[in-house]
Write a protein that binds this ligand. Structure first.
Ligand SMILES: C[S@@+](CC[C@H](N)C(=O)[O-])C[C@H]1O[C@@H](n2cnc3c(N)ncnc32)[C@H](O)[C@@H]1O
Length: 393
């Protein structure tokens, strides 16, 4: 790579992804390129290009802002029969760089007839199609010699289908069986082809729910039958999600299992309401607590007195019915009664709403507003910062 600017940086990123050993020749490089030098991802020769620099190279990129240097690099490459991409002159290049997209071990490269934006647009469309399942990778679905079953525990985020990760969406698109929670993004299920079996594994608060043992057994049973099983969960699988029990069940049964983290409602839902869980100079800690049992309950594992003394942010999940008791415990153990509280219900969905109150006003505010789960509530000075963001469309 001759050159160390933005173009070089983007090309280097692609080369490193392809596991090339990269040497950058340039008196200066961007901070992002420099950051790759220390961990040994690339070698930086800190000077201008000199003839002979391409010795031993398989591939060269001329990406300086000096056409004469780029021409010299391309000339040396031609003599050595090394392919060379000239960032400033496509017609003088012996190779063109495609827009590359990857999905697992599948690589898509697109040339746009000299129009890089066109190439990127088509590349993105193909990758999006593979991701959402509208383009089917049939070979991946039915490998020769039969298919081994597997389980992917996917964190679906707080509900909006746009908040699932790319890997999570891929796994859903490739699934034969999906076991879904009621808090997982439901609209992803509607786009699944009819042959995909969807199993309702919801656990309604104080309502109907599928037993965890049955969920574990179904995951294992379908995977052992050769199916690609996705366990689609709300938020992150390992935040009050019993994901570990599912992972352990799969491992114990010898089923290959992957974990795809998700945007947890503990951080993502306050964020959607413009509430940061930390803020420089204000809060150096945040604690996420399950409120499914109140303080004093024999099953509670929370150190409520310690949380009362905490200055930082407390985020409570599953704490609508227990809010009054929890707020009282926090005040009893030291938190100021007028500490601001924000309750965010139905985060990321069309019915998202925010109720602002204080610790002492919390129970009344929830009752007056008729707030029902799912909701998270946030205690602390960060609530005063709340600035309602809007969609950037
Ligand atoms: C069993 S916990 C699962 C948490 C999930 N694993 C996560 O990381 O977000 C369910 C609780 O998460 C919170 N929650 C999940 N989705 C939510 C949403 N869209 N809006 C508000 N709270 C939500 C509520 O406190 C709900 O009672």
């Amino acid at each position: 790579m001759v050159g160390g600017g933005q173009v070089a940086h983007r090309r280097v990123a692609g080369l490193l992804e392809a596991r090339a050993r990269v040497t950058v020749v340039s008196p200066e490089v961007t901070p992002a390129l420099e950051a790759l030098v220390a961990p040994g991802s690339l070698t930086w020769v800190r000077r201008r290009y000199e003839p002979g620099d391409l010795d031993g190279a398989w591939y060269a990129v001329a990406a300086t802002d000096d056409p004469a240097v780029n021409a010299a690099v391309a000339g040396e490459a031609e003599r050595l029969r090394v392919f060379c991409a000239r960032a400033d002159d496509r017609s003088a290049s012996s190779v063109w760089t495609p827009a590359v997209g990857r999905q697992g071990d599948l690589v898509v490269g697109v040339h746009g007839g000299g129009d890089p934006q066109r190439a990127v647009g088509v590349r993105d469309a193909v990758v999006a199609g593979l991701t959402d399942g509208s383009i089917r990778d049939r070979a991946a679905r039915e490998p020769e010699g039969g298919r081994a079953g597997s389980v992917v525990l996917v964190g679906g985020g707080p509900g909006d289908p746009g908040l699932i990760t790319v890997r999570g969406q891929q796994a859903v698109a490739q699934a034969d069986v999906v076991l879904a929670d009621h808090l997982a993004p439901q609209s992803l299920l509607s786009s699944l082809p009819p042959e995909v079996e969807v199993i309702d594994a919801s656990k309604l608060p104080r309502g109907r729910s599928m037993a965890q043992e049955q969920i574990n057994a179904l995951l294992v049973e379908h995977a052992l039958a050769g199916k690609r099983v996705v366990r689609l969960k709300g938020g992150d699988p390992f935040v009050f999600g019993r994901g570990m029990e599912e992972l352990e069940a799969c491992v114990a049964a010898g089923v290959p299992v992957e974990v795809v983290p998700g945007v947890t409602s503990a951080i993502g839902v306050p964020g959607l309401a413009g509430i940061p869980v930390t803020h420089r100079g204000l809060t150096h800690e945040f604690v996420v607590v399950s409120g499914h049992v109140p303080p004093g309950h024999p099953a509670s594992l929370v150190d409520w007195p310690a949380l009362g003394r905490l200055r930082g942010t407390v985020v409570v999940l599953m704490g609508v019915d227990t809010a009054g008791a929890i707020a009282a415990a926090l005040v009893e153990h030291g938190r100021a009664p007028d500490t601001p509280v924000a309750v965010v219900a139905d985060g990321s969905t069309a019915t998202q709403r925010v109720v602002r109150t204080t610790l002492t006003g919390l129970a009344r505010a929830l009752a007056d507003e008729g707030v029902r789960p799912p909701a998270v509530w946030v205690v602390g000075e960060v609530v005063r910062l709340a600035t309602e963001p809007g969609p950037a469309r």
